[in-house]
Design a binder for this molecule. Structure first.
Ligand code: MRU
Length: 347
């Protein structure tokens, strides 16, 4: 069975731009925006037009290639300083997902390794590298799908719980946490998904539910605070979440609310799996305590989607991510296989 999944981002037909599905407009509008500079890619990442750890890494690599292609007549020094500025801005567009730094550093290293090559040659290689990063992400998603689907119980329908969007739209391929679902459905299995709404920006209800419905996978949106009840009441067979960064000891930063799911899954005896590509593994960060957690603007809570929902100046606590300790994680599904505790992450 073949599934219809949305394409998160792609090169434009003329190769001069990145076209990406503007996720801020979902689920009511399916609109691709055309980005021609790294600065436009930075804006798209900051405003969550593109979001999800692997997808922002791929977008950033493409952003570096865009600026390189616009400066092919520059001297080597000028070219490298353009590239450095682009890499700096892209790398710092959001702090938590390591995929961003992973992709940008890979692009920067390639340019460096090409030594005295002229700007045109380097730009051409960088375009190829960004395409390779995109294709590698697609391949990693497929492999996570295979490894994760093997963990599903035999009975049907299999009932999966997830949070945020860690599906196709968080990657260049079929997703991370939803890859096992898509793989299993593609093999003819019956799978239903409970998608946490994911306050305050509603990536679960706006994006995951939209993506699953479009693919024909049964989906129920769950208000975040009700997810523990589903776990307690035996309505969930397995939890799959994505990750934004996995520290050397197996601690996982992911969308805020993931920690709470892990606590309640553990208490209910429901297996809790994190699904993430190798580009999310960060052996250089010792533990979750060392991961920088992004905080979102208070107005996303006070006036979410333009509607006043709290006093205009009230203080807001809005971390975008939380850290789930390794001790609560049944296994980490990567493109290389399933890691089990005790975790010793190698990048
Ligand atoms: O703030 P977002 O929407 O970028 O957060 C995304 C998540 O937390 C995802 O679950 C995570 O990036 C893993 S996605 C493959």
């Amino acid at each position: 069975m073949s599934l219809t999944l949305p394409q998160t981002l792609r090169w434009s037909a003329d190769g001069r731009a990145v076209e990406l599905l503007d996720q801020t407009l979902l689920p009511s509008q399916e609109t691709y925006v055309r980005l021609e500079t790294s600065a436009q890619v930075v804006e798209a990442i900051r405003t969550l037009r593109v979001r999800g750890a692997p997808a922002i890494g791929v977008a950033a690599a493409m952003g570096v290639a865009l600026d390189a292609a616009r400066h092919t007549r520059a001297s080597r020094d000028e070219f490298m300083s353009v590239l450095d500025a682009a890499c700096r801005e892209l790398r710092s567009a959001r702090p938590t997902a390591v995929n961003l730094a992973w992709a940008v550093d890979r692009m920067r290293r390639l340019a460096e390794d090409l030594g005295d090559a002229d700007a045109g040659t380097v730009a051409c290689k960088l375009y190829g590298e960004a395409t390779a990063i995109l294709e590698k992400d697609q391949a990693m998603c497929r492999r996570m799908g295979e490894h994760g689907a093997a963990l599903l119980p035999d009975h049907e329908p299999v009932r999966v719980l997830t949070i945020c969007n860690a599906g196709a739209l968080a990657t260049a391929g079929i997703g991370t946490a939803l890859a096992p679902v898509y793989h299993a459905v593609g093999q003819g299995r019956s799978v239903s998904v409970h998608a946490c709404e994911t306050r305050p920006l509603l990536q679960g209800s706006r994006i995951t539910a939209w993506e699953l419905e479009r693919a024909g996978v049964p989906c129920t949106v769950v208000i975040d605070s009700a997810a523990p009840l589903l776990l307690r009441d035996g309505a969930v067979d397995i939890v799959f979440t994505g990750a934004d960064r996995i520290a050397a000891n197996g601690d996982v930063a992911n969308k805020v609310g993931t920690y709470s799911l892990a606590v309640h899954a553990t208490q209910a005896g429901v297996p809790f799996y994190v699904v993430a590509p190798s580009s999310t593994l960060d052996a250089a960060t010792a533990t979750g305590a060392d991961i920088e957690i992004e905080h979102r603007h208070p107005d996303e809570v006070r006036r979410g989607f333009g509607q006043q929902t709290a006093p205009a100046d009230v203080a807001v606590y809005a971390p975008a991510f939380d850290v789930t300790p390794a001790s609560l994680i049944t296994g980490i599904v990567t493109d290389r296989g399933v890691l089990r505790p005790p975790y010793r992450i190698e990048s």
